[in-house]
Design a protein around this ligand. Structure first.
Ligand code: FES
Length: 268
């Protein structure tokens, strides 16, 4: 006869042991590093967004992605490529049109969900380590049912990636006309990484190759699906790399705009 083991005060199905976990390795390291990494990034982002300055380098037309598209009345007119139709309230970020969608895209991302469920939420913090919560309701009811918005946030992220690409093209500028400097290298690398992260999305993979009965009848979609699938295998790395390239791009542009140092120019 088989019985369901129960941990004292714990959930059915667990071995009847007093210890919270029998793991002796540093299982807590990844959750801790994730909290530190994501927390630091969020803090940097909030501080930068509410500085309301040092986002545009007039000489070279560099615009930081944290302020793109710049659409409030406070925006420098030359940086407002799509108009300044939102009020200049302090609480309103210059990129108020894109930031909520980007936040939604990242918050509902399959990788970030795993990361913050395990680290911030401790649900569970690691394999063979009990959940930090007594109950588990999954993503089928409020509020986590809204994680399903990810597929729609993906379309918004596509549009925002196009806007970032447009900004990167406009940045090949100098007072003499065409120009090219270290800032362009940083901006272009960031845009490439953002595209890689966006296109490696699980929703993108489904849009490209899902709902098909026969790949043989859709060779183009099959080819695209294999490419997206290969990128999808690197989605976690791209999620972290893009956090890094975003901060690097923003910091470099802030430093130039604040006159902390000059751009290294290769042409003009
Ligand atoms: S799954 Fe991460 S962006 Fe879609």
């Amino acid at each position: 006869m088989t019985t369901t083991a129960t941990r004292p005060g714990g959930a059915p199905g667990r071995a009847s042991i007093a210890a919270r976990t029998l793991r002796t390795d540093r299982w807590w390291f990844l959750p801790v590093i994730t909290v530190v990494g994501l927390g630091a990034w969020l803090l940097y982002g909030v501080v930068r967004i509410y500085m309301h300055k040092w986002y545009w380098v007039e000489e070279y037309h560099y615009l930081t992605p944290f302020y793109s598209p710049c659409v409030t009345d406070r925006c420098v007119p030359e940086a407002a490529h799509f108009g300044r139709f939102l009020p200049d309230w302090w609480i309103m970020p210059e990129a108020a049109l894109s930031l909520p969608f980007l936040l939604l895209f990242r918050l509902t991302c399959y990788y970030y969900r795993k990361a913050y469920y395990r680290s911030f939420w401790l649900s569970p913090p690691a394999c063979a380590v009990p959940d930090g919560h007594k109950t588990y309701t999954g993503e089928t009811r409020f509020p986590l049912i809204f994680q399903n918005l990810h597929r729609y946030a993906f379309y918004a992220a596509l549009i925002i990636s196009l806007i970032n690409t447009y900004d990167a093209i406009l940045a090949f500028h100098s007072p003499e006309g065409f120009g090219f400097g270290l800032g362009n290298v940083i901006i272009v690398v960031n845009v490439i990484m953002l595209w890689a992260y966006t296109l490696s999305c699980h929703s993108c993979r489904h849009i490209v190759g899902g709902r098909l009965k026969h790949f043989s009848r859709h060779p183009v979609r099959y080819k695209a699906w294999t490419v997206v699938s290969a990128m999808n295998g690197r989605h976690m790395q791209l999620a972290w790399i893009t956090l890094g390239t975003l901060v690097l791009t923003d910091f470099y542009i802030m430093a130039l705009a604040a006159d902390w140092f000059s751009d290294l120019r290769f042409i003009n």
